[in-house]
Design a protein around this ligand. Sequence first.
Ligand code: NAD
Length: 421
Amino acid sequence: MPGMGAVATTFMAGVIAARRGIAKPIGSLTQMGTVRIGKRSDNNSPKIQDYIPIANMKDIAFGGWDIFPDNAYEAALRAGVLEKSLLSELKEELSAIKPMKAVFEQAYVKRLNGPNVKTGTSKMDLALQLMEDIKQFKATNNCERLVAVWCGSTEVYREAGEVHQTLALFEKGLELSADAISPSQIYAYACLKMGVPYANGAPNLSSDTPALMELAKKQGLPLTGKDFKTGQTLIKTILAPGFKARLLGLEGWYSTNILGNRDGEVLDDPESFKSKEVTKLGVIDTILQPDLYPDLYSNISHVVRINYYPPRGDNKEGWDNIDIKGWLGYPMQIKVNFLCRDSILAAPLVLDLALFMDFAHRAGMSGVQEWLSFYWKSPMVPKEGMHPEHDLFIQLMKLKNTLRHTMGDDLVTHLGDEHYD
Ligand SMILES: NC(=O)c1ccc[n+]([C@@H]2O[C@H](COP(=O)([O-])OP(=O)(O)OC[C@H]3O[C@@H](n4cnc5c(N)ncnc54)[C@H](O)[C@@H]3O)[C@@H](O)[C@H]2O)c1
């Protein structure tokens, strides 16, 4: 994991706790989810982990990079997500996970600066140093396979430029240390070059460029992203499909939240927030399809705010005011007040993504993995201009059908008579 902050340490601590039987991996589809096989009347719904050959949680070794030298125990204490009593039980294992030196450029994360950072003669040189880290990590931990999940801070908003259009231009850009190449892109490049599937948990551009998609295809590697779907956007993608299913109109959706962790501090910078705003705003339009339903969804006021408010730490509080309209245009309102825990919602996604990406790699799937859209606020698509699927329930159906397809079983279409649906 590039980035060993709140999400990464909550994930690591959670997996260690779960494999010791101290707590349950709640929220993880790979650990707790089932998949129905065959007809309803067959009563055959194995657990996903028994159905597909995914790696066992017990066999995972953790590693990461961070600009701060704190080990995973210290970083978890600082993040303040998990209780101290739980962390002390896991202290020995967590303290042994020490971050490797990071590739960092403050122009991309303005609110942070740390000492545990590599220096190099060019961005290509930094990429080569990361590749060496990956090699070392694999050997030291005696790993058969690796997977990378970006859990680092949100970088500032940038659109893809010339240098991101092809692999050749990108590699030239690395040699010339092009300003437009961000640290997260250097990690993605290094991982893909080393044969490591890559998932991007943050909203910034990172691997979502033609150049890195070309590299993933060339290497036969899966790529997925971006921005873990947790908190307010998760709730949005649960509620919006329901309104559309009942053809209830939408006038406006105002979302605001307060957040006091380091992620909140980074997002307090308008340029990093812009990356987040773009991934959060895309969701409603794609679900509601205003072009097909102009009377219901063509004039929506959609506002998203994040306010950095230190007293709350990782325990975010979100408020949504939703103005809907029903029969004859009569207005109604829904208020949602979600007192959530950001990293508690994100940690199981890191586990699932790591296991599914490793599975995808072994199953020969390469390029953008749309069946993993389920996990993302802004799912990557293989070609610019294609619409991502945001509806959580369609995403889940696609994910499970992909598993059935990979295992050679019939897809569940919910068609047909009582024996077949
Ligand atoms: N928690 C959620 O619900 C959630 C949801 C969606 C996306 N995310 C994203 O996940 C990421 C992690 O969130 P978090 O709450 O753990 O944040 P965090 O601030 O606690 O952790 C991020 C870590 O990344 C490190 N970092 C920054 N740049 C780096 C670099 N170039 N190389 C290595 N390390 C670097 C920071 O020092 C920090 O320790 C953020 O980008 C956040 O926006 C989180």
